[in-house]
Design a protein around this ligand. Structure first.
Ligand code: GLV
Ligand code: MN
Ligand code: MN
Length: 417
């Protein structure tokens, strides 16, 4: 497919390009796991702390006003978002997240945060005087890698996840989110829907690396997001009884692994029958001895698809099957179909020159959570030449990243004029 030339006609000046490249280089070592080449940047850890400090320093360097909401999301504003909200012209927010999945790629999240900061540099270099405040957000705990629920930062401030639930989530070591927040110097009792933060956001545009092959196939560097597949996470607990691997007769065993294994294989075939995807990417086996029959297996199912009722049917069928092994199934999160604000999406496309493709995704985002809670929201995707994400193979060419920044700056200029 020939390369189209719409977005490349938005050049990014040398100064902002250098600023992008310098920030990217600063982030490169943080949380990098040498043995895999992937990133481990989990919420409220030392790595997360360093990333938050980095964000604060970049905002200070730009003279942006940094506020941290009650959940811990960091918002940097150019202009006064409260005065603007009071005047009925709330701000234009951009940004994304800095945390990662286990051994994740460098781009999922940070690309949107860095691009948001550089977009402000571009607008300032162009002498643009916004008539609405412009904000850049670093959403906390987008991946849910530590506490299990993705987009915890946006879910809590919108009320999609209750404060009690958030506080009680635990990590693999049994540390609750409340304890993690407290250790990071935050007050977990303050969590809850956050009107003060929400009323500042007139609209939100999240730029993100594309996590599939859409833009490779279309031959475009940038797309406007249209929708996110419905998706969720379910915990499957299979019971068993520990016993000796050598002395216990096959007929006497209660092996928790068998139900788990059957469910993993069924997940693939049931999802395929319904045009969905299903993944069990995390498993905990107890007691975890090579020579002990598993007494308990916990597996986490992630299922998604274009049609909500099909995803629900996949999960229902797998749950019934697992229950025949005595398993219990718990829904840990659910995100309904997200349709981004169509007027906003078309406005972005037109601003970028009508050739820019419109693309849906199976990946979840804070943008989806905000959209489902009434915030006019849109996304921009930047081409990923590997088509791979949640892996060290995730990538975007520097030239495409620069194009993404230029596109974001143009969009923000249009929205904040
Ligand atoms: C987040 O990246 C998700 O789609 O789970
Ligand atoms: Mn991700
Ligand atoms: Mn992401």
């Amino acid at each position: 497919m020939p390369e189209r030339t719409d977005v490349p006609s938005l050049p990014l000046a040398a100064g902002p390009q250098a600023s992008f490249d310098a920030m990217w280089a600063d982030l490169q070592p943080v949380g990098l796991e040498a043995s895999t080449g992937g990133y481990r940047r989990f919420a409220w850890t030392g790595e997360d702390h360093d990333l938050r400090e980095w964000f604060a320093a970049e905002c200070a360097r730009r003279g942006l006003d940094l506020t941290t909401d009650r959940m811990g999301n960091q918002w940097a504003w150019w202009g006064d978002p409260d005065a603007a909200a009071a005047a009925g012209r709330p701000g234009v927010a951009v940004g994304s997240h800095l945390d990662s999945v286990p051994d994740g790629g460098a781009f999922d999240g940070p690309l949107g945060v860095v691009s948001g900061l550089v977009a402000i540099d571009v607008l300032r270099e162009n002498g643009f005087a916004p008539s609405r405040p412009i904000g850049v957000v670093n959403f906390v705990d987008e991946e849910g890698a530590r506490f299990g629920v993705a987009c915890a930062g946006s879910r809590v401030i919108t009320g999609a996840m209750s404060a009690d639930r958030a506080r009680s989530l635990t990590d693999a070591d049994g540390v609750s989110m409340a304890e993690a927040l407290r250790s990071a110097g935050r007050d977990p009792s303050a969590l809850g829907r956050d009107e003060e933060t929400l009323r500042r956001i007139g609209c939100f545009v999240e730029l993100h690396v594309e996590q599939g092959r859409g833009l490779i196939d279309l031959g475009h560097p940038v797309a406007v997001g249209t929708d996110i597949w419905p998706h969720g996470r379910w915990r499957f607990d299979f019971p068993g009884a520990a016993n000796h691997a050598g002395t216990t007769r096959l007929e006497d065993r209660q092996d928790a692994m068998l139900g788990y294994a059957d469910t993993v294989l069924a997940a693939r075939s049931v999802a395929a029958q319904r045009g969905c995807v299903a993944t069990i990417g995390k498993v905990v086996v107890e007691p975890g001895g090579v020579n002990a029959i598993p007494s308990h297996v916990t597996g986490w199912l992630d299922s998604r698809g274009p049609v909500e009722s099909d995803v629900r049917a996949v999960v229902a069928e797998l749950s019934s099957r697992a229950e025949t092994y005595g398993a219990t199934v718990t829904e840990e999160s659910w995100t309904t179909t997200t349709r981004f604000d169509q007027t906003l999406a078309v406005r972005l496309r037109d601003t970028l020159g009508g050739e820019v493709p419109m693309l849906g995704t199976g990946a979840g985002h804070d943008a989806g959570v905000l959209a489902n809670h009434g915030v006019p929201t849109a996304m921009l995707f930047v081409r990923n030449p590997t088509g791979i994400s949640h892996s060290p193979e995730e990538f975007a060419e520097a030239e495409d990243c620069h194009r993404g920044v230029a596109a974001l700056a143009r969009v923000v200029e249009d929205l904040a004029r």
